[in-house]
Design a protein around this ligand. Sequence first.
Ligand code: DHB
Ligand code: FE
Length: 287
Amino acid sequence: MATILGSVMTSHVPAIGGAIAKQRQAEPYWKPFFDGYPPVHAWLGRVQPDVAVVFFQDHGLNFFLDKLPTFAVGAAAEYRNADEGWGIPTLKPIKGDPALSWHIIEALIGDEFDITTCQEMKVDHALTLPLALLWPGGGDWPVRVVPITINHVQHPLPSPKRSYALGESVGRAIRSWDSDARVLVMGTGGLSHQLDGERAGFINKPFDLMCMDALVSDPRKLTRYSAMDLVREAGAQGTELMAWIAARAALPGHVTKVHSNYHIPISNTAAGLLVLENDAAALSKAA
Ligand code: DHB
Ligand code: FE
């Protein structure tokens, strides 16, 4: 059966794409952010994933206010990046894993999740920039992906509890997949930020740090918050935290924290990074 190696959760601020393109990683503004990633590269080099199942958000690229699925799963052979309005360079297409996508879709429907299945899906900064942070250099992506979006755009949003249940179901599906694939689960977005309205620029460091701790040792604690609680505590776009919650729920139990980083601000966002290794996985790569 497939092995879940662990999870990487990271912010996905569009400006990161500009900083990479202009090679600004060592500039004082960006250095504390990009310095978070070399330990992730070392861990990925050790565990060598084949596939990444990515919980993220569509920011208006595929879905808009007229039609907005609560949860959508990609089942394409390839995903193309498009710029949904930030003016950042588009990155290389990413290979999909239709067999794993359909296995996950079957399992989710079996668990009574009314998801939207997407045989074509464009991907925005929320999927591509985390990949570029994890595998820098512009070469071919070393992983196939299964993209799973969670609505954070149009209310009513799903609850953290429902996002957690989604992640649990996806985790069970991966672990029941008849394959020797090594699977990384990613959650992108967050942490606290609000891009518009009266509280534009809102950041809540104590709440973010509490969430990062809870994701390691007591992730169910976060299911006690409603979506509107998250809006209040983390800002309107801080609801992207639900992708981190789903990713954590896909890991079966006890995890070891490999690495974390937290830096305020990157653009309007409190930038977070968390790497969790799944204690249940036999992680030594076969020679
Ligand atoms: C910003 C953050 C996001 O998560 C996003 O999707 C767009 C913009 C920002 O802080 O600029
Ligand atoms: Fe976002």
